[in-house]
Design a protein around this ligand. Structure first.
Ligand SMILES: *[C@@H]1O[C@H](CO)[C@@H](O)[C@H](O)[C@H]1NC(C)=O
Length: 337
């Protein structure tokens, strides 16, 4: 058999091929490494050290939202700050029960009495059905009641902003769960994202981005560390674009218990009574090494993720009872720059 002639270009091709193969193998293993249960995204939002006289609960501000405006619902910039440009219509304070559901009236086609409908679904658009009952009124109409914190508004089309300081009852990882959102809600935590220290009443010039955004019918959650006794600015911006609405959130504490009425940990500091004893805000990141996450997650959390990465991930973790749980998480996202 003749000795195979060594063709320099052929061996170069071989080299290229094996290099490419190596690339493919490396890339494939990277991809599969990424699709293995991702490490839960945790971060240390900057907090505030506050003196002064806080009042219990959130402050809610209501903003105009034209009915059926889906272009706003799909725009993170709307929820980060642009919602304020459409105009404020009212304010309610002292909210410790932050969750709500709203209904719209169904006027039955068969002449039966009008009743409040929580779960309308559109059929024979623009009319809708509630259960088996065909309603004769339209989903495109604004409907009024006071089911959102007692404030009389069009529950069918409104944007509600909640602000307050979440005072951490313990040191450790917290998980904010938006479990049932209709239509859209965004969550902001930290003085760099929600609002600046002692600037709850003020503008949003000090903050940027958002922590988590959820659109109907998905549920999402995000985990972050807090230090006991520190005040963490939080902001929630909720919108309903039409029909009935729901805002259902829960907070999982470091010891694992999940709380529905977590608004009891929230305080409002009017800017004029709010005193910031340190000129710079206290960041939890300086103390994060002392935070144990072993009660909630069994995987290492020492991943570093770039702040501006736009990504979601589906995560699983094993809880303290050995049960594998899965959830969807968002990474904080910059919306402006
Ligand atoms: C809801 O829509 C109606 C009709 O477009 C409008 O008159 C009303 O002001 C809107 N509500 C809010 C809170 O903007």
């Amino acid at each position: 058999m003749p000795k195979k002639q060594t063709n320099p270009s052929a061996s170069f091709d071989q080299m290229k091929t094996s290099f490419l193969l190596l690339l493919v193998v490396t890339f494939t293993s990277l991809v599969s490494a990424n699709s293995i249960p991702c490490i839960p995204w945790q971060f240390n939002p900057p907090s505030c050290k506050l003196n002064g006289s806080p009042k219990p609960g959130f402050t809610a501000r209501f903003f105009h939202l034209p009915i059926n405006q889906w272009v706003y619902m799909r725009d993170p910039s709307y929820f980060a700050n642009d919602y304020r440009e459409l105009g404020q219509i009212g304010e309610v304070s002292g909210i410790t029960k932050q969750n709500f559901v709203s209904t719209i009236p169904c006027i039955p086609e068969n002449g039966n009495p009008t009743f409040e409908c929580y779960t309308p679904f559109y059929e024979n658009y623009p009319r809708y059905k509630c259960g088996d009952v065909q309603c004769s009124n339209s989903v495109r109409t604004p409907y009024w009641n006071n089911q959102i914190y007692g404030f009389q508004t069009t529950v069918s089309n409104v944007t509600v902003e909640l602000t307050g300081y979440l005072k951490a009852p313990q040191t450790g990882p917290y998980t904010m769960i938006f479990s049932n959102i209709d239509d859209v809600a965004y969550f902001f935590v930290g003085s760099d994202t929600a609002f600046g220290c002692c600037n709850q009443d003020g503008d949003l010039s000090e903050v940027d981005g958002y922590t988590m955004g959820v659109m109907y019918p998905y549920a999402k959650q995000v985990t972050f560390n807090m230090v006991e006794g520190q005040y963490y600015p939080i902001r929630i911006v909720y919108s309903n674009a039409w029909m009935s609405g729901t805002f259902e959130s829960q907070l999982q504490l470091p010891l694992g218990n999940t709380i529905l009425n977590w608004g009891k940990y929230v305080y409002t500091y009017e800017d004029k009574t709010c005193k910031n004893p340190s000129s710079s805000s206290v960041s939890a990141s300086s103390t994060s090494s002392s935070i144990s996450t072993s009660t909630v997650v069994s995987v290492s959390t020492s991943v570093s993720v770039s702040y501006s990465t736009v990504a979601d991930c589906d995560c699983t973790y094993t809880d303290s009872d050995g049960v594998v749980k899965s959830y969807h998480t968002d990474l904080p996202i910059n919306t402006r720059k």
